[in-house]
Design a protein around this ligand. Structure first.
Ligand SMILES: Nc1ncnc2c1ncn2[C@@H]1O[C@H](COP(=O)(O)OP(=O)(O)OP(=O)(O)O)[C@@H](O)[C@H]1O
Ligand SMILES: Nc1nc2c(ncn2[C@@H]2O[C@H](COP(=O)(O)O)[C@@H](O)[C@H]2O)c(=O)[nH]1
Length: 205
């Protein structure tokens, strides 16, 4: 049977590298991709909308989702829970749509364990100094939280080798172009496999 499921794309990278910015620009261009909205216990930032940016939950609600096995992956990042709703991802892939996750590395490694066929992309900063400038410039975290996120950034960068692709985010447009090329190239790979499979079936008949 030829696999007609969608492809799961996972984007990670240190806090402040520009994952959200790049993802939003990508979605302006690639409307057929489906974004999996994450669940978190972190405080809602000004301008964030529940059900669009995240599903905001309490610790108790989140822990109950873990117990019910409703999360595809979850992790604690700088004292808050983050997780991916299992049902949405599995159902959407089964319907043949590509699904895009924007998650940190611990969660990405759990996804890799369960979906080794996923495509793992790591967004890399032009420099650590620029990473710091971006996270400070965003102005959404206190100084303490920024330091914790930067400390975490070093651990995240160490995991880069576990990813299929590394994209440097020096310029948003260029980074999005590269991610679009990765998506196209992964579809071509799947088409090649499907064509080979079809040929084997025809040869057998
Ligand atoms: N290529 C870029 N050049 C300059 N600034 C950028 C670039 N990409 C993103 N930024 C800026 O960097 C800041 C952080 O970006 P963003 O919030 O998208 O990062 P993130 O990786 O999603 O962070 P987090 O993981 O903390 O949610 C934002 O102010 C954004 O406008
Ligand atoms: N493991 C998961 N990580 C997630 C998920 N959704 C977002 N994230 C990542 O958390 C950090 C912090 O995000 P922020 O919005 O508080 O800045 C960042 O790396 C996100 O990509 C998730 O479902 N699972």
């Amino acid at each position: 049977m030829i696999d007609e499921k969608g492809i799961l794309f996972i984007l990670s990278g240190p806090s402040g590298v520009g994952k959200g910015t790049v993802r939003k620009e990508l979605f302006k261009r690639k409307t057929e991709l489906k974004y999996s909205i994450s669940i978190t216990t972190r405080e809602q930032r000004p301008g964030e909308v529940d059900g669009i940016d995240y599903f905001f939950k309490t610790n108790e609600e989140f822990e109950s989702l873990i117990k019910q096995n409703k999360l595809l992956e979850h992790a604690k990042f700088v004292n808050n829970y983050y997780g991916t709703p299992r049902e949405y991802v599995e159902k959407t892939l089964a319907e043949g749509y590509d699904v895009f996750l924007e998650i940190e590395v611990q969660g990405a490694m759990q996804v890799k364990h369960n979906f080794p066929e996923g495509v793992f992309i790591f967004l890399f900063p032009p420099s650590l100094e620029e990473l710091k400038n971006r996270i400070v410039g965003r102005g959404t975290e206190t100084e303490d939280l920024i330091l914790n996120r930067l400390k975490e950034a070093r651990n995240e960068i160490e995991m880069m080798d576990a990813y299929d692709y590394v994209v440097v985010n020096d310029d948003v447009d260029k980074a999005v172009n590269k991610i679009q090329s990765i998506i196209q190239s992964e579809h071509c790979k799947r088409e090649r496999i499907a064509a080979q499979y079809k040929k084997i079936l025809e040869d057998e008949l």
